[in-house]
Design a protein around this ligand. Structure first.
Ligand SMILES: N[C@@H](CCC(=O)N[C@@H](CS)C(=O)NCC(=O)O)C(=O)O
Length: 221
């Protein structure tokens, strides 16, 4: 891979972070180009069919959609982050999709307009977390044992939100889910996951949440 890679980014975007984690895990040099998603520049709109971050620029080529970016990186650079066996690989892709659903539930949670909706959406997240906990194995460091995988790259950015949510209140996301908590700690300690977001991410996320005009923003006021 000789072309210089550019990751078109937004500092709070979890989909950008998953692509960044994969780039870092594979030791691929890249640089980020942050854009303001509330005021998308013309050059971005021209090359981004969905108008969303991330984009990966590979020379003159543009790859959009984070899962596709991750698969492209998997096809072109080692170490492999997917299992070698087709059925296991399919299983991992399924759980990556599950991670995207959890990200949508997180957005629904922080945008909940009132207390009862907030509670209901916290319960939705909690039930997905319980399901995820069942998919983990005792003693595993990462999703599928001791080797970091693509599923780990997806859930690092998911769990990062909760560093801030947990400071606002104990919404009961984690209670009784020991495997999930261990996995979360392992991911947050992983270098690639730490490097995928800037050190001021908690401050940026807090400011973003405060500005939502939602049940969460009123809690933080
Ligand atoms: N399915 C997309 C989702 C990307 C996405 O939702 N990006 C958000 C930022 S985290 C975005 O660009 N939103 C701007 C918009 O929708 O206008 C992916 O996996 O890349």
């Amino acid at each position: 891979m000789s072309a210089p890679l550019v990751l078109v980014s937004h500092p709070l975007c979890p989909y950008v972070q998953r692509a960044a984690i994969v780039l870092i895990e594979k030791g691929i040099p890249f640089h980020r180009r942050d854009i303001d998603l509330s005021n998308k520049p013309d050059w971005f709109l021209k090359i981004s069919p969905m108008g969303k971050t991330p984009l990966l620029l590979v020379g003159d080529d543009v790859i959009f959609e984070s899962a596709v970016i991750c698969e492209y990186l998997e096809d072109t650079a080692l170490p492999r982050l997917h299992p070698a066996e087709a059925l296991r690989r399919a299983e991992h892709r399924s759980w990556m999709e599950f991670g995207s659903v959890v990200l949508q539930l997180i957005a629904a949670f922080y945008n909940a307009p009132d207390e009862s909706t907030l509670r209901a959406r916290a319960a939705d997240i909690r039930s997905r977390f319980a399901r995820l906990d069942e998919a983990l194995h005792d003693g595993s460091t990462y999703f599928a044992g001791d080797r970091f995988s693509m599923v780990d790259a997806v859930f690092g950015p998911v769990f990062r939100y909760f560093d801030v949510f947990d400071q606002i209140e104990d919404f009961g996301f984690w209670q009784g889910l020991a495997r999930l908590q261990n996995w979360r700690s392992a991911l947050m300690g992983r270098r690639s996951v730490a490097m995928a977001a800037s050190p001021d991410y908690p401050l940026l996320l807090s400011a973003f949440l405060r500005g939502r005009d939602s049940a969460i923003s009123r809690r933080m006021a």
